[in-house]
Write a protein that binds this ligand. Structure first.
Ligand code: SF4
Length: 349
């Protein structure tokens, strides 16, 4: 706060991520010409019933928890967002119902680590209970993000299998394919555990698609450790990967680790990783050719206004043609083309 106020003297109002509810009061103060500064860092209850302004009537985000207790060594979130705090179930369900009653079709339940929802409230296996209650609201589609492999429970997989409106796609961030790198990152699981989880999900829900996050060039990452990341990508054949070169965040433990991987090596590793990622993205999409997928239409495609776009249950972007289809419709689409990052199709009339 001091740095902001010193560098940008024209700033009248500063508030923190825990103080969103204070915005109207702070705005009024700033409009009276007073400096309005409120960045509370202490833990507090979650303020409920804040007004929601949604940019889409079709798809909506619903926060279920804030903060994170995991302290991965490269991540600043636990320091900036504080300890994990779960919202109470009735408020979450009310928000989903209200969204659905206004025509909403798909909700994304959001948290830094959704699988540990309810732990701070003393609820055992809380996320599965919440997920089932959310499914029972009758909303057409539910997704959730982010999942942490350490807290994933088999009951959650069973709920995904048993409820038609929980979508069979999962973002399960792994970050590295090497146990020793995972240890340095303080991720709290092994690759054996990750693969077991992956295999169980694939066995129970064969249509499940997976995305993940991967970091290359973490401090002291050796060629062998990087090779293990490539091996994991070839094992899991992810549908989508968000791949990054490691960059230090000031104030985190990793920022003080010796970072001895030269920049050009990090870049070569990222390119090599992306070759594997793109290969599997393309291969996986070929499996959808001539199949029919259920697509939630979001309106015209970004590139061509005469083509519609939407996402399938498996979170595949589908560009398609169809008469009398409008944003918000859930339609069956026959897949006629498959690229690495999107599918083409025709709506079945
Ligand atoms: Fe928490 Fe995710 Fe950051 Fe790890 S990477 S500390 S799980 S927010």
């Amino acid at each position: 706060v001091e740095a902001i106020l010193k560098t940008y003297r024209q700033v009248d109002l500063v508030f923190g991520t825990h103080n969103l509810d204070a915005l109207p009061r702070l705005l009024a103060k700033a409009m009276r010409g007073e400096k309005a500064i409120e960045v509370k860092s202490e833990q507090g209850g979650i303020v409920e019933d804040l007004p929601v302004n949604r940019s889409s009537v079709i798809k909506g985000f619903v926060n279920i928890a804030y903060g994170c207790d995991k302290f991965c060594t490269y991540c600043i979130v636990p320091y900036t967002r504080g300890k994990e705090r779960s919202r109470l179930m009735p408020y979450i369900l009310d928000e989903i119902r209200q969204f659905e009653q206004r025509g909403g079709k798909e909700v994304m339940l959001l948290g830094q680590n959704v699988n540990s929802w309810g732990k701070d409230l003393g609820i055992e296996d809380g996320f599965t209970k919440l997920l089932i209650a959310a499914a029972q609201t009758g909303i057409r589609r539910i997704r959730f993000d982010s999942s942490h492999p350490r807290d994933y429970s088999e009951t959650t997989i069973d709920a995904m299998r048993d409820y038609e409106n929980i979508m069979p796609s999962l973002h399960l961030a792994v970050q590295s394919g090497s146990d020793t790198v995972l240890q340095r990152m303080n991720r709290g699981y092994t690759i054996e555990h990750y693969k077991e989880l992956f295999d169980t999900m694939k066995a129970k829900i064969p249509s499940m698609t997976f995305s993940t996050d991967l970091i290359v060039g973490f401090p002291q990452e050796s060629d062998e450790e990087f090779q293990k990341t490539l091996d994991l990508v070839d094992y899991c054949r992810f549908d989508q990967v968000y791949s990054f070169i490691y960059s230090p965040r000031e104030g985190t433990p990793a920022a003080s680790m010796e970072d001895d991987v030269p920049r050009h090596v990090k870049e070569e590793r990222l390119q090599e990783l992306n070759r594997h990622i793109n290969h599997w993205a393309y291969e996986n999409n070929q499996n959808y050719l001539n199949r029919t997928l259920e697509v939630l239409c979001e309106g015209p495609s970004k590139k061509r206004t005469d083509v519609l776009a939407g996402y399938s249950r498996e979170f595949k972007l589908v560009n398609f043609t169809g008469r009398n289809v409008k944003a918000g419709d859930i339609v069956q689409v026959k897949i006629t083309g498959a690229k690495s990052f999107s599918l083409d199709g025709v709506a079945i009339e």
